[in-house]
Design a protein around this ligand. Sequence first.
Ligand SMILES: [Zn+2]
Length: 495
Amino acid sequence: MKHYKNQSGHKKLKAIITLLAFTFTSLLSFSQTDFLKESWHKQSEPLETKILNFEFQESSNQLLHSFAPWQQTHFSSSGEIWSNATNFSKIDTIRSNQDRYLSKTVLSEQDFLQQNYGKEQLELLTKLHFQEQIYLTARYIPHRLLSYLKEHHTPIERLEEKCAIYSVQINHTTVKLYIDKGTFLISKIQTLSHDELFGDVETEYTYSDYFQIGEFYIAKHIAIKKINGKLLDHVDIIHAKFTDSSPKLLERPSGYKLADEDPKVPSVSTSSYNEHIHLVELGHTDDRAMIVEFSDFLLVAESPLTSENGELIIAEAKKLAPDKPIKYFVFGHYHPHYLGGVRPFVQEGAQIIVSKHNQEYLSYIVNAKRTVKPDRLSLHSRSLQMELIQNSLRISDGDYSMDIYLIGEKSKHTIDYLIYYLPKEKLLFEDDLVWIPMEGDPKNVSPRQIGLYNAIQDLGLEVQTIIQSWPVSDYGVKTIIPFEELENSIKNLKE
Ligand SMILES: [Zn+2]
């Protein structure tokens, strides 16, 4: 009984403490500084009535379809921006090596026009592209994002020692705004979004060297970390001032409209070359994967762009041979059209054939987090199993066999390039090295095409037919190629 009484007294005390704590915190939050509003006053509000004009210099890096994984292509650009609260116009010229390309962007409250680098025509832009500009323009000035958060009464997410953090979801991207508690200026913006190849990708914009034009505050320097810090860009703002007018950079065509999203409808068709070789064509990506059937297992070669495409190919493999496991997955080189759909194969328990050139890159993709858009591997994790290829690798069931060769830089395309030879059929499968037009004579022969021919000669392979993975129907090139056509293209060159 005594024990019961004690407990009840304890409960009362607890209730009083909770009530006090509640009152205290609500008083605190009542008197809490509205960091967002303060920041908006300094970095956005003046643009409600004035046009800001400045020049900028930019250094950026991109992962294009390069020679080696993680190899960056550097660009430098300079341009000029005019912006008030609702309108944003940008003109800039990008330089890569000796080439220069002009681009123009015009954004308003409802509209978005863009003429991309080196293009004559306007881009086909969607409503999603328009909404992304709320945070993408923060690469130069973050006022659009600030106004968006203020208009949407975004609540504070948390307070850190130096910053107040606000978080908002724009489409599928989470945007976090860090406001300095002392200065009420934005110190950092982070976005988390989905990338088909790299999964969760964080971009971080850090603002420094703030200066004032009248009441308005603008950062002189913006450092941008992309793809979880793999790439680093810089923007420097110069000659910022208020101005009376902005130029009309682009003419809005009559009837111009932002398009709705157009999700590509997958189309899959599988044909059998013979009892061992099956070709899976993905119409929506213009790719061709190959399934090689052995007595008690399968090998799949190539899986383009996304985990969804990997699932489509696995479904085809299961239809062809329901009882045979996919023992191996191989990708001809690390570009997304061949490797992008690798993850479901890891989940299937396939061994992924890699070389020293792409082993780390593959591991990054397989181990990447996928919280924004989960796939089967992120939901049911399985460890990566790899089979390392040195110069060549034979896959065989004792009767039927396939040889994989690392031709690497001989491809003149990537350092990790593989080609597959099927001796029984005298067939060679490769990704994207041969460019022989369907009609007419080839005008010129690419270094890649010469590279493949030389590699075949060096390996002493007797090839009758070449099957290419990409493209299948775009670009008007042959993708099932009699070997003599490749040979003739090279001989014509020598003559
Ligand atoms: Zn490629």
